[in-house]
Design a protein around this ligand. Structure first.
Ligand code: BGC
Length: 380
């Protein structure tokens, strides 16, 4: 009889968060590693999957373990694993290759073209709200020991890294930065001559703001919470300014951050689709809008399609969606965690708003959105 472990997730025939006993995974291929999970982070996607009862459980199974942000230690390795050893502190990426398309075959499953990818804790694969996981070496990323307590930030930061990377790749199409030699994309101070609006101050908005501020971008954060809330205090500690979007029209929001024609970047991290679309007309010429929030449910908004199309064409604007992240973004995130904490006085410690143990799972998912930034679940 195989041994089992407690896992927290969603059941095919039941609504709401559930617990289950699932088999402890075993190494079955020489290229795999067994990881003992220390901590798992919880994000908006987990809350939404529960709220909207949206689950993509593997065929033949009745349960999917939630959780896609992880830090753990390697407990065992297969005979062909080269870069990992027992005791290594590690995290793991989320998406697993479809095995068919070129991006997936070249370690960029975040850009999968068939849609047949799987995602840990989200699409068809068990996630990390449990004790053990077995994964292929190529998806396991080593983490320096001193970053253990920030391990659950690596995955969400990798999402922000990919978004910022898109900005740099796309805007390298022209001399976008000013003439200052330190404001080129390769330089740490790449953003000093730019203004950005970040929509949403949840985990991704916060981490995107960290990266924009690291680059020196003049950053404004748009939210619908009181100025005294922790989310906004953290944004301010990063040197960003707050725009409370409550009772404001899009033009009022933009007027608070810049003059017409000087809004270089919009980073959408809220999934508030009405607001997201209504801000498109305020992008400046040759500017870029990165969207990372994924709204659920339906929303029908009327907007002036002609005007938007005309403007995007005439002003060379780019609106780009950015989902998931690959190993390179994880490595970038690991480096930037150190830089963020150094520059902003260990701000990531403050961003951990809640700590729970696995058995307290019901309490976690009762938390209200306005109160939470990063939730950490201790597993071992
Ligand atoms: C995760 C991504 C994932 C996306 C869509 C996000 O919460 O961070 O890795 O691709 O959800 O499933």
């Amino acid at each position: 009889m195989s041994e089992t472990m407690l896992a927290i997730g969603l059941k095919r025939n039941a609504k709401g968060i559930q617990e289950a006993q699932i088999p402890i995974p075993k190494i079955t291929k020489p290229t795999e590693a067994l990881i003992k999970i220390k901590e798992t982070g919880i994000c908006g996607t987990d809350f939404n999957m529960i709220k909207y009862d949206s689950k993509d459980i593997a065929e033949g199974e009745d349960f999917i373990t939630l959780g896609h942000e992880v830090i753990g230690t390697v407990e065992k390795i297969g005979s062909e694993v080269k870069t990992l050893k027992e005791g290594d502190l590690v995290t793991a990426t989320v998406r697993r290759s479809c095995g068919i398309c070129n991006p997936c075959l070249h370690s960029q499953s975040d850009m999968c073209m068939t849609g047949l990818f799987k995602e840990r804790g989200i699409h068809k694969l068990h996630g990390f709200l449990t004790k053990y996981v077995v994964d292929e070496e190529e998806y396991v990323v080593k983490v320096p020991k001193e970053l253990e307590k920030y391990g659950v930030f690596i995955e969400p930061l990798s999402i922000a890294e990919k978004g910022i990377e898109q900005i740099k790749i796309i805007q390298s199409r022209m001399p976008w930065s000013c003439a200052h030699p330190k404001h080129r994309f390769e330089e740490e101070e790449w953003g000093h001559c730019k203004t950005a609006l970040v929509i949403g101050a949840g985990p991704i908005g916060f981490l995107a703001t960290c990266l924009l501020r690291l680059g020196g971008v003049n950053t404004y954060v748009v939210e619908i919470v009181d100025e005294a809330s922790l989310k906004i205090q953290l944004a301010k500690e990063l040197g960003a300014q707050y725009i409370d979007a409550r009772n404001k029209k899009p033009e009022d929001i933009v007027n608070l951050c810049c003059n017409v024609g000087t809004l270089d970047i919009i980073f959408e991290a809220s999934g508030a689709s009405d607001l997201a679309i209504s801000l498109i007309p305020y992008m400046s010429r040759s500017s870029i809008y990165v969207m990372t929030g994924i709204p659920k449910g339906e929303k029908h908004t009327i907007f002036d399609a002609h005007a938007i199309l005309r403007q995007i064409v005439r002003h060379n604007q780019v609106i780009v969606g950015s989902v998931n992240s690959n190993r390179n973004h994880f490595v970038m995130a690991i480096n930037d965690i150190k830089r963020i904490n150094k520059k902003f006085n260990n701000i990531l410690d403050e961003a951990i708003t809640h700590r729970f143990t696995l058995s307290q799972y019901k309490e976690i998912f009762d938390l209200k959105e306005k109160d939470r930034i990063k939730i950490v679940v201790g597993i071992d």
